[in-house]
Ligand binder design. Structure first.
Ligand code: HEC
Length: 149
């Protein structure tokens, strides 16, 4: 085979592989909301815009969540995100866990670790402004869950 036919075979193999990986099932579920985390409307708006896609049962699955291999990453982030914090299943946490989750929310936001960086290019609105961060901080402090000194 000459160089040119080798390249053609390479392209065909890549296309076949791409088609085959689309057949691998990917979980994209939105289970029912059992209890929403209590938050005033202006805070809920921030959480909805920046966090709900990975930390609630109301994920808006983007088009690229239907195309492997991107779909694998999105599905993994949502599964792991929900496992860590699910604002749609707030009733499953006891008082202590709720306070801990509230503290973790502020810790992640303060460090700038959430929302995940990989999410931002496709969701520029999710980037938290200083004002958003301040509102989240006031909400966590008002909940009484603030970090112990
Ligand atoms: C693109 C998906 C995505 C978005 C958007 C997102 N998160 Fe996360 N979050 C994750 C994943 C995945 C984890 C678990 C792995 C990790 O900690 O990095 C996580 C973990 C967390 C944790 C637990 C951290 C710990 O280990 O203590 C908190 C709290 C959290 N996120 C809060 C938020 C808040 C608040 C927002 C919105 C401002 C947000 N996340 C937005 C995906 C996301």
């Amino acid at each position: 085979m000459n160089q040119k036919s080798k390249a053609k075979v390479g392209v065909v193999v890549a296309i076949i592989l791409f088609v085959i990986i689309q057949l691998i099932p990917v979980e994209r579920t939105n289970p029912p909301v059992s209890a929403e985390m209590p938050a005033p409307p202006h805070v809920r708006e921030i959480l909805k815009r920046s966090c709900y896609d990975c930390h609630s049962n109301e994920t808006v699955w983007p088009w690229y969540s239907r195309v492997a291999p991107a779909s694998w990453l999105v599905s993994r982030d949502v599964t792991e995100g929900r496992k860590e914090l699910n604002v749609s299943e707030w009733d499953r946490y006891n008082e202590r866990r709720r306070a801990k989750k509230m503290r973790e929310i502020w810790k992640e936001v303060d460090k700038g670790d959430m929302p995940l960086r990989i999410y931002l290019p496709m969701h520029p609105n999710a980037k938290l402004t200083e004002k958003d961060k301040q509102a989240l901080h006031e909400w966590v402090v008002a909940s009484g869950a603030q970090e112990k000194p």
